[in-house]
Ligand binder design. Structure first.
Ligand code: FES
Ligand code: MG
Length: 591
């Protein structure tokens, strides 16, 4: 299995270069100044970076500061030397305008750190939504052996004797507050109850999704994704991860050998089975792009849409992270899929050097209420459909979260039960929405479709999680739970709304949404996977000319230098929101 000899280690170019003893001394002395010894740096031990995403600014990942100690122990036990490397902080709930803006910044920063310093392998500390893709993208670009360590979800939240899931309770409480059923203090109590410990969101939001998919891609130790942050197993697996990182260096097991097209196809299937977030296609398409693996939203529909929903977690279901782990976590989901012949590539390789089939083939759910077998799923077709038309080239809809109220209201036309039409109410960004939504003069009724534009990667830099718009207060009070929503922004993975989102290209990037006017009729067909504004070609041409004449779709000013660079360089959501040109760099540490 051993492929790399100590003299082949990348870190030797810094710490033990026989052709250049002067530079060796210069590189070395500063790493000795805090107590490292020459033995640790010069005796052929692999240098393993711990890419540290935890900090006081990043509460979801903060527990990694503790876990890193166990990772260090593991690295040393296996004969390596650990170096902890800070990663640009990303906190989903704290960062303005959006944490998504920082995914590519953290990516760029980590690429430079791993490439520019004496590092042979890396442990990627993942957790909060965008930390996972940022670090996997960086590992893909740099190309050194890498494995991911999830920080784990928070313990289950409880309120009023019921499970209170991250994000999901907020969306519900927001409606209760608007309807006058609770006050501000109760709102705050409900929110705090959903976050009872260290760790990331305990629902099947983007964090649990992306951590599960990091394991599904083969990039995490089997069984490690779902362990709750405070559990003893979390510390124990951190030690194993440290040990394994050293072995992966000797085996030269690089990200491109694990994250192949086959691995992505497995991950798409597993994403449907877990009821994964609508942010997953953006991130996986982005990671794939950095590996030159072709992947687009058509693949998500083709491979993922017909896969059944097995995991009964909020927002689509009932349970939370601790239940998911106890029922078997990712291994049980994958094992159930393999048993039913539904995992496309059981031969795909994982970080432990074994195949998916070897790691998971024997595992079954230990609580079939939380993780169902394929023969008794929660829903039959749990993946996304990829809608197209004159509004956009690609937008996703998670059909598994269409509720009965929504279905009976909008999808009950006997002639075509999978199509509906509605009058568009167009909002230009979240501020415009908040300003107008409850104004009776807008004339919003149950036959309307709410449209959010100016909320994509360029329009609202990074893309805002605002497409799941609540209906006006007066409609909520009248019993209309939700209106159909469409937009070029995103939606939180913890939201249960069946919105049509991530529309690409966005309004600010020449997308058809920019031509839509309030009052236009939109027709959605879930059978044909189309979304069109019923406006004549001639009218659309005229509107396009008028838009050009006024200087294009207006976007707010940049508030920081990074916002400017990001907007200039970013690709649309369906292309992974990666930075143009960055994806031309691959395996840069090997060169
Ligand atoms: Fe960080 Fe949900 S806000 S994981
Ligand atoms: Mg989120």
């Amino acid at each position: 299995m051993t492929k790399i000899r100590p003299e082949d280690l990348r870190s030797r170019k810094w710490f033990m270069n026989p052709d250049n003893p002067e530079m060796t001394a210069l590189y070395l002395e500063r790493y000795l100044n805090y107590g490292l010894t020459r033995e640790e740096l010069q005796s052929g031990k692999p240098i393993i970076a711990i890419a540290q995403t935890g900090s006081d600014l990043s509460p979801c990942n903060r527990h990694h500061l503790e876990l890193a100690k166990r990772v260090r122990d593991g690295i040393i036990a296996a004969g390596g030397t650990p170096l902890e490397v800070p990663v640009h902080p990303i906190q989903e709930t704290g960062k303005r305008p959006t944490a998504m803006l920082d995914r590519n910044l953290a990516y760029l920063g980590l690429v430079e750190a791993l490439y520019g310093y004496p590092i042979d392998g890396v442990v990627l500390t993942i957790g909060c939504d965008k930390t996972t893709p940022a670090l996997l993208m960086a590992a893909a670009t740099v190309g050194i052996p890498a494995l991911a360590l999830s920080v784990g979800p928070m313990l289950n939240g409880w309120h009023d004797g019921k499970r209170a899931g991250s994000g999901t309770v907020i969306w519900k409480a927001r409606e209760q507050l608007a309807a006058g059923d609770i006050d501000d203090n109760e709102f705050m109590e409900i929110a705090a109850a959903s976050a009872p410990s260290v760790g990331y969101c305990n629902t099947m939001g983007t964090a649990t999704t992306m951590n599960s998919l990091a394991e599904a891609l083969g990039m995490q130790m089997p069984g490690s994704a779902a362990i709750p942050a405070p559990y003893r197993e979390r510390g124990q697996i951190s030690y194993e991860v440290g040990k394994r990182a050293v072995d992966m260096v000797w085996e030269d097991l690089r990200p491109a050998k694990i994250m192949t097209r086959k691995a992505f196809e497995n991950a798409i299937v597993i994403n449907s089975a877990i009821g994964g977030s609508t942010n997953a296609p953006i991130h996986l398409n982005g990671i794939a792009r950095h590996l030159a693996v072709p992947l687009d939203n058509d693949a998500w529909q083709e491979i993922g849409h017909q896969v059944p929903l097995l995991v009964n977690l909020q927002p689509a279901g009932e349970y939370l992270g601790e239940d998911y782990h106890r029922a078997g976590g990712v291994p049980a989901v994958v094992g159930e899929l393999i048993a039913a012949g539904r995992l496309p590539h059981p031969e795909a390789i994982c970080v432990n050097g074994k195949t998916m089939g070897e790691n998971y083939g024997h595992v079954r759910s230990t609580n079939t209420d939380v993780i169902r077998p394929v023969s008794d799923p929660l829903l039959d077709a749990a993946g996304f459909i990829n809608l197209k038309g004159n509004l956009f080239n690609s937008a996703l809809m998670k059909t598994s979260v269409i509720g009965t109220e929504f279905r009976s209201r909008y999808l009950s036309n006997p002639d075509d039960p999978n199509a509906f039409e509605g009058r568009a109410i167009v909002f230009d960004g979240p501020e415009d929405y908040h300003h107008r939504i409850d104004d009776p003069a807008e004339n919003i009724d149950e036959n309307c479709i709410l449209v959010m534009r100016g909320a994509g990667p360029k329009g609202y830099p990074g893309g805002a999680e605002v497409v799941n718009m609540r209906a006006p207060e007066y409609l909520l009070k009248a019993g209309v739970e939700a209106l159909p929503c469409i937009g070029d922004g995103r939606q939180s993975g913890t939201s249960g709304s069946p919105s049509i989102l991530n529309a690409s290209p966005e309004a600010a990037d020449g997308g058809g949404l920019a031509l839509l006017k309030t009052g236009d009729v939109i027709r959605i067909s879930l059978n044909d996977c189309t979304a069109n504004m019923l406006v004549s070609e001639a009218d659309l041409r005229q509107r396009a000319e008028a838009l050009v004449a006024q200087g294009g779709y207006p976007s707010p000013e940049n508030q920081s230098p990074w916002q400017q660079y990001f907007r200039e360089m970013v690709r649309p959501f369906d292309e992974g929101m990666t930075l143009r040109d960055a994806d031309n760099y691959r395996d840069i540490a090997a060169k």
